[in-house]
Ligand binder design. Structure first.
Ligand SMILES: O=C(O)CCC(=O)C(=O)O
Length: 307
């Protein structure tokens, strides 16, 4: 791994010629050769109709019950829109909840995740994202970013995201969009809050996107699931409809991964903000970044190891 000098940009040094060696996926019999090739080159893979409607309805009801205060939130974090404070846009760290665990530990999901991580799988970050209709300030937009920015965990290729549409997701209500192949640069770019418009807490974005000219909207039906690489640049548009755009998502990492030190890298600002939140919530305890991640994570399959 090369650590960039002044900018602190981290370059993981992928080589295009290595791609035919399938460096991101393993043959477990769950993905076809073509699907594996697509993921390696594009950085994402959509599997249609992976989760049944009945299961999705349970997740949707659970979200509504928690927001309405009918069900306790436990250790979950309830995130609100920065402009419309009455609007809950996200529940975070849902992996300890008995209903949401049916997603995190879902066999069909994990069978595919295993192709990227191997058999010992930790759920490191989980969310239900509701993206309610925008109140007019575009605050429901999620600026283009790379999820690795948030994770003090490596190696990068042993981490994968899953994101399942609970409701129809289209360009009107702010579906995901991706810059295909952007993970191949092997670079974790500097992130910051957008300068030109208001953004929700922790919605950091990449400031200079001039290298990226090709974007694909991932319009998805309920149950469709996208798996994507943590260096893939992606985001989502503002919800300009009067519908919500619920999706459930989890990041998984091989249990053999390790925590890394992020001081002096592009992840430093993120770490500072995360630790400030933790210190406000638990003022009497000294908390390190990896403590936060240990607390958030849970074993999804196989054996617990380093994380
Ligand atoms: O669901 C969305 O709108 C975007 C989610 C996302 O990219 C994230 O939380 O990192």
């Amino acid at each position: 791994m090369f650590r960039g000098g002044e900018t602190g940009i981290i370059n993981f040094g992928f080589q295009n010629s290595e791609m035919e060696n399938f460096i991101l996926t393993r043959d477990t019999g769950r993905l076809t050769l073509e699907q594996r090739r697509f993921y390696e080159m594009s950085g994402y893979l959509v599997i249609p109709k992976l989760i049944p409607q009945e299961t999705l309805n349970k997740f949707s009801r659970r979200f509504d019950d928690i927001v309405a205060g009918k069900t306790g939130r436990g250790v979950m974090t309830v995130m609100r829109d920065v402009v419309d404070r009455s609007s809950v846009n996200k529940l975070q760290d849902i992996n300890h909840d008995e209903v949401f665990r049916c997603y995190i530990e879902n066999k069909k999901i994990l069978d595919i995740v295993e192709c990227f991580t191997g058999g010992n799988i930790m759920a490191i970050h989980s969310m239900l994202i509701a993206k309610p209709p925008d109140v007019g300030a575009n605050s429901s937009r999620h600026p283009p970013h790379q999820d690795l920015y948030y994770f003090p965990i490596r190696p990068v290729n042993k981490i994968v995201a899953t994101w399942t549409a609970i409701e129809p997701c289209d360009t009107e209500n702010g579906c995901l969009f991706v810059a295909p192949g952007s993970h191949l640069r092997g670079v974790l770019y500097p992130h910051a809050y957008p300068q030109d418009q208001i953004a929700n807490k922790m919605y950091f974005g990449i400031q200079d996107l001039s290298e990226f000219t090709r974007w694909i909207d991932l319009e998805m039906e309920p149950g469709d699931t996208v798996f994507f690489h943590p260096l893939l640049i992606h985001g989502s548009g503002a919800n300009k409809s009067n519908r919500t755009r619920k999706a459930i998502s989890c990041h998984y990492a091989a249990a053999e991964c390790n925590y890394i030190e992020v001081n002096g890298t592009v992840q430093e600002n993120m770490a500072r903000e995360v630790l400030e939140v933790a210190a406000r919530r638990y003022p009497d305890i000294e908390i390190r970044l990896q403590d936060v991640w240990r607390f958030k994570s849970s074993i999804a399959r196989g054996l617990k190891c380093n994380l």
